[in-house]
Design a protein around this ligand. Structure first.
Ligand code: NOJ
Ligand code: CA
Length: 666
């Protein structure tokens, strides 16, 4: 084994004999350090943050077809570089993103096959990532698995959802790390010291997605487990190729975790013109079908998507600065939802005049949001997609919500495997050609690709609001866990802002449409919590999901009306995973502060030092009323106004399952 080491770039530590040397990698501020070791010709990494070992030596490597692994190799060269830049996203929680990192590139040659592989590390101050690059030219290459592991140094708290190859719509578990077994990512861990670590992946382009499986022999060690094709192969590819990044967010406190830009920074900048992309808030004909008040399908006389109702939504949107209106159940086929070839994605029902409504929306400067529910029938959707997108484009429809509620067709493939990732990425590229922005439901977990394809606006991949309409629902702690878990993967179409939380208000009119509905549903949060979710969880397509009649003339709706679609700056003022989150976001000179709590009431005193000094800000707030409670009184709230300065503080009291929004403007 020999090593060519660029000594001026790389700091060499440990033993210095050529055969056993370790390499020390550092973040720009030097607080995050990784030691690369190679005992017995294996490559391992060990992670230290502020003198605290987070990961013990953990394996790296791939298993390729032909049983070749990255277990035995020689290092051909190592080089490193430093990058520092700022860039401007088209939308997001801040208008400028800083990217400072050290890169390290280990060029290796596999001992058995003599194949060339590079392992690339990137170290930021608040996290690191690594990926594998296969550099030889090969027409066909099967990746059977990955040897990457995350060997935590000690037990800790962890928040996780069960790994599932077909859905992310789950509640979260809060257990000791050693009790987590097979988990989806982002997988979030907090040591007793307060330090947080979240493991995820970035830039999944021509690959499959990963889950993490606890090792059989080490209860603190998690192995990358790739979602396979039906024949067991994980990834079918050719080389040269590069894998997604394995990402580890690292933060001294839970609040800092939420301020990370690492995921977007690991994705490439866009290479084509995306000036058509614009964030927006939307309302829609949606919640009523989930409640069972109306139906997606036309037959049965309870059809939700009528021309008249859509016009009422468009009128309201135009009058109340709401960017878009989504209409589900507009197209024929819902009576066959779940069967093959149910939809052609073009033909409206007789009581829905698509052409007229597109024109009606256009002249009022409201975006009509199209909807493609595929039911998972990929073979059918791909055969219709060009004509469906072309129709929308002709009508001036630039936003489309897609959905994959149902098993994948072809039936042998998993929802989160490479077959579907290819499909999702194909739809994303095609939508870009038609200048269409996407909100993808039942998607694969996002990985920051929206930087490269900004028309990929938002995703579900979460147990969202719909579950509150027809199941036992989401517990109040769910939304206090989400920012630290699912939220680490990027924008989330949770569809919040249900003002009328007691669904029994209209229970007599409901006809359950799925087997999970026991008819006793409620949204487990207060009105102020629902309002705060719009700010806490940023989404560039953000839905205010309640029925139109619950917003019309509602005094609290003014906060939805004022809400910006994108932010200049964001800070997390207070956070404890699963308990509470308070964020402050600025657009121009106006700050929105929003907080949510779990099932426990709490008061949080917020210093207002983010406001400009010596300026009087007018304050408008919507917070819980003294008797508010997610179970017994979810709908009461208090509106208040006042004056504040940077030197004052604000006491935000939140009821059980409650929250609040406070707007500071000049
Ligand atoms: C599931 C989606 O998540 C939901 O938003 C949609 O209304 C239904 N599928 C029907 O497409
Ligand atoms: Ca869903």
């Amino acid at each position: 084994m020999y090593r060519l080491i660029a000594l001026f770039l790389l700091f060499l530590v440990g033993r210095t004999t050529a055969a056993s040397a370790d390499f020390l990698l550092r973040s720009p501020d030097g607080k995050l350090r990784i030691v690369i070791q190679s005992p017995d010709s294996e490559l391992q990494y060990l992670v230290v943050f502020r003198d605290d070992t987070l990961f013990r030596p953990s394996s790296l490597g791939l298993i390729l077809g032909g049983n070749d692994t990255l277990r035995r190799f020689k290092i051909l060269s190592v080089d490193s570089s430093f990058a520092e830049k700022e860039w401007e996203p088209r939308y997001g929680t801040r208008s400028r993103i800083s990217d400072r990192h050290h890169s390290y590139n280990f060029r290796l040659q596999m001992a058995r096959s003599h194949r060339n592989i590079a392992v690339e590390f990137r170290l930021f101050n608040d996290g690191f990532a690594f990926r594998y690059r296969l550099t030889d030219t090969l027409e066909q290459l099967d990746i059977l698995g990955e040897l990457s592991t995350f060997r935590f140094s000690r037990d800790a708290n962890s928040w996780w959802a069960w790994a599932d190859y077909n859905t992310y719509e789950k509640t979260y578990q809060h257990t000791r790390l050693s009790e987590a077994s097979h988990v989806a990512t982002p997988f979030t861990v907090q040591f007793d010291s307060g330090t947080c670590v979240s493991v995820h992946e970035a830039a999944i382009e021509e690959y499959t997605s990963m889950t993490l499986r606890r090792s059989m022999t080490d209860s603190l060690s998690f192995d990358v487990n790739l979602v396979p094709w039906s024949d067991g192969v994980a990834v079918k590819t050719s080389s040269p190729m590069v894998t997604p990044w394995r990402v580890v967010f690292v933060a001294p406190r839970a609040a800092d975790l939420l301020e990370s830009n690492v995921l977007l920074n690991l994705n490439s900048p866009a290479v084509r013109d995306f000036s058509f992309v614009k964030p927006l808030r939307y309302i829609g004909i949606w919640w009523e079908m989930h409640l069972g008040l109306t139906t997606w399908k036309h037959e049965g006389g309870r059809h939700g998507a009528t021309t008249e109702k859509a016009k009422a939504y468009i009128d309201f949107a135009a009058a109340h600065s709401m960017g878009g209106v989504l209409v589900e159940g507009w197209n024929t086929g819902w009576e066959n939802w779940g069967e093959k070839n149910a939809f052609d994605f073009r033909t409206p029902y007789a009581d829905f005049d698509l052409e007229e409504l597109a024109e009606y929306a256009n002249v009022r400067n409201v975006q009509l949001i199209g909807h493609h529910e595929t039911g998972g029938d990929i073979l059918s959707y791909e055969s219709h997609i060009d004509s469906a997108f072309a129709k929308y484009k002709r009508l001036g429809i630039h936003y489309v919500k897609t959905g994959y509620a149902g098993p994948v067709n072809p039936p042998t493939e998993h929802h989160h495997g490479q077959y579907m990732i290819r499909h999702f990425n194909k739809v994303m590229r095609k939508a870009a050609q038609y200048e269409i922005m996407l909100d993808v439901h039942e998607s694969v977990i996002p990985s920051g690709l929206s930087r490269t394809y900004p028309n990929l606006m938002t995703f579900e991949a979460v147990r969202g609001m719909e579950w509150n309409a027809w199941s036992d629902g989401n517990p109040p702690s769910h939304t206090c866990i989400l920012p630290f878990t699912r939220g680490m993967a990027g924008p989330m179409d949770y569809t919040p802002c249900i003002f009328d939380a007691r669904e029994d208000n209209f229970s007599a009119k409901r006809i359950p449409w799925n087997g999970l509905d026991k008819g006793n549903n409620t949204v487990h949060s207060t009105l102020s919590n629902q309002l705060a979710l719009l700010v806490v969880n940023y989404s560039p397509m953000q839905m205010a999901a309640d029925l139109l009649e619950n917003y019309q003339s509602h005094p609290a709706y003014q906060f939805v009306e004022k809400l910006p679609d994108t932010w200049d700056e964001s800070r997390v003022l207070a956070a404890s995973i699963g308990e509470y989150v308070v964020v402050a976001r600025r657009r121009g000179t106006t700050w929105f502060v929003a907080g949510i709590t779990n099932e426990y009431s709490r008061e949080i005193s917020l210093p207002l030092d983010f406001l400009e000094q010596e300026v009087d800000y007018s304050v408008e707030s919507c917070t819980d009323a003294p008797g508010s409670h997610f179970n017994t009184d979810p709908e009461s709230y208090v509106l208040q106004t006042g004056i504040a300065r940077a030197t004052t503080s604000f006491r935000l009291w939140m009821a059980p399952g409650g929250g609040g929004v406070v707007v500071f403007s000049r």
